[in-house]
Design a protein around this ligand. Structure first.
Ligand SMILES: *Cc1c(COP(=O)(O)O)cnc(C)c1O
Length: 229
């Protein structure tokens, strides 16, 4: 079942790349396995999936310990500063940095462990009150400060688009994030790389790819509905 779903998602990704005249290898599929048991991840691994997304520190560390070390775990959820120490040396990419305080904590824990942590800045493009992330105008000041932290490597931007029934409604959100990353790139800031754009979920990843996503985060479309117990 999970393998079949992965094949469908793969076909859709390829089709979106074709429509946008992009190479398939520009887009990484992150299988969002939050709330799902190890068996589901193992099924996906058996079908070749390597990148997984989790939104809770404890789940990420448990799955990291239990599974092969060639996998890449992405932290996609809001991160509390007191839990940073548990994941800095386990996470392939931290998608949800949205304050200098959090960045400073990551930097100091990374320095203790002797690692450099790749991060994305989470942008609240639609300025929804219920969401984390900085606004498009706040990001420049934040980058100036975060880019000075030696144990962080800024790799790009991430956004969680609004929940909509028609994915076309999010096209301008994705376009705006892409434009923002181009504007940031043009400033040639030290230690600021804008290669990664993490945007698009089950409902809208094809539109996100057409607008320039380099990482899509797909949960339901691969593992089915989540039951929160
Ligand atoms: C849960 C989650 C996803 C995946 O959502 P689906 O709609 O199930 O694909 C993607 N990104 C983030 C940040 C999430 O929390």
């Amino acid at each position: 079942m999970i393998c079949d779903n992965l094949k469908v998602v793969e076909t859709n990704i390829q089709a979106a790349c074709d429509r946008a005249a992009r190479n398939r290898d520009e887009v990484t599929l992150i299988a969002v396995s939050k709330t799902k048991p190890l068996a589901c991840l193992q099924e996906a691994i058996a079908c070749g999936q390597v990148d997984f997304g989790e939104n809770k520190v404890q789940d990420l560390t448990e799955k990291y310990e239990a599974l092969p070390k060639n996998l890449r775990f992405h932290m996609i959820g809001h991160l509390q500063r007191n839990k940073v120490k548990y994941i800095v040396d386990k996470v392939a990419l931290l998608h949800s940095v949205d304050s200098l305080r959090l960045a400073e904590t990551i930097n100091s824990e990374a320095s203790k462990k002797g690692v450099i942590v790749p991060i994305l800045i989470e942008i609240n493009v639609a300025e929804e009150e219920t969401k984390f992330g900085v606004t498009c105008s706040e990001v420049f000041g934040l980058l100036e400060e975060i880019s000075k932290l030696p144990n962080l490597k800024i790799m790009g931007l991430m956004t969680i688009a609004p929940f909509v029934s028609n994915p076309e409604e999010n096209r301008l959100i994705f376009r705006r994030l892409k434009e923002l990353s181009v504007d940031i790139s043009a400033k040639n800031m030290n230690n600021v790389n804008m290669d990664i754009l993490s945007m698009g979920m089950t409902g809208d990843y094809e539109v996100a790819i057409e607008e320039g996503a380099t990482m899509v985060r797909v949960g339901t479309g691969i593992f089915g509905e989540r039951n929160y117990v």
